[in-house]
Design a protein around this ligand. Sequence first.
Ligand code: C5P
Length: 297
Amino acid sequence: MSVTVRVPAKVNAQLAVGAARPDGFHDLANVFLAVGLYDEVTVTEADELRVTCAGPDAAEVPLDRTNLAARAALALAELHGRSPDVHIHIAKDIPVAGGMAGGSADGAGALVACDALWGTNASRDELLDICAELGSDVPFSLVGGAALGTGRGEKLRPLEVGGTFHWVFAMADGGLSTPAVFREFDRLAEGTEIPEPVASEDLLAALEKGDTAALAAALSNDLQPAALSLRPSLADTLAAGRAAGALAGLVSGSGPTTAFLVADAESAETVAEALRASGTCRSVRTASAPAPGATVL
Ligand code: C5P
C-alpha cells in the first residue's frame, strides 16, 4: 500500500525580520502565500527508511536523514513508538534551496503521508507541533492558503484571501543557504536599531480584498538586501521582470528565486517570456495563489 500527498511551494508577501534572538533565530512577521507549484510525496511500506527523488533538481536533494521528509517520518514513528521503515519518494517540482520552502513542503508531505499510511491518526495540533520542530516554514506547508507567521515563523494565524493572485517565478543558478542569508542580514544591520517586525495592515487588507495593485504596492522582504548582497546578479533579474510589465518584483524568502506579481494570467505569460529571453535566470514558471496545503491524493 502507498499514500501520495501533494504539497505547495510558498512565496512571502511580506517578510519583516527582527533582531537576532539569543537562540540565533529571528522573530518574524511572515505573510506566507501558498502558490500552485507542487511536490508530490509518496510513502510505501519498506524494509528500511529510505528516500528517493525525481525531477529536474533531484541531484541536489539530500537522500539521507538530513532530508526533512525522512526527519518527519522518524519524528512521527518515535511519537507513536513504531518503526519508521518506509520508502519516501519525492516527485520534485519546487526549486531546491530557492526560498520557496521546497524542503519544508517535503517534510509536511511526508508527515501527512506517513500518518495516513500508518493509521496513526495524529491530531492537527500534533502534526503542527512536529512540523514546528522540523523547521520554521514547515507548519505553513501543512496548512497552505495564506497565513501570518510570527515567532520564528511557526506560529500561524490563517488569513482571508479575497481573490486569485498571479505570479511569475524566476529560478536562479544554484541555491542560497538560508542561515547564510540571515547572517548577512545581521552583518548589514550591525550598529543599527532593528524595529520589532509587524505585519503591514495595507498588505493584509490587499490580500483580503483580492486587490492585486494594492498587494503589489505593499510587498516587502527584509531579507532582500542580504540576498542581493550575496548574489548581486539578482538585481538584473528583478529589473528584467519589472521592465517586462510585472506590477512588482521581489526576492522570494531567502532567495535566490525572484517572484513577480502580475495583473492576470495573460500578463504572467508575457512577463515569463520576457524573463526567459533576458538571460538573467535559469528557468521561469508561472503559478497562481493561494493554493491548498498538504493534500492526500
Ligand atoms: O527553521 P529552519 O531550520 O528552516 O531555519 C533555518 C535557519 O534559518 C536557522 O538555522 C537560522 O539560521 C535561520 N532562521 C532564522 N530565523 C528564523 C528562521 C530561520 O534566523 N525565523
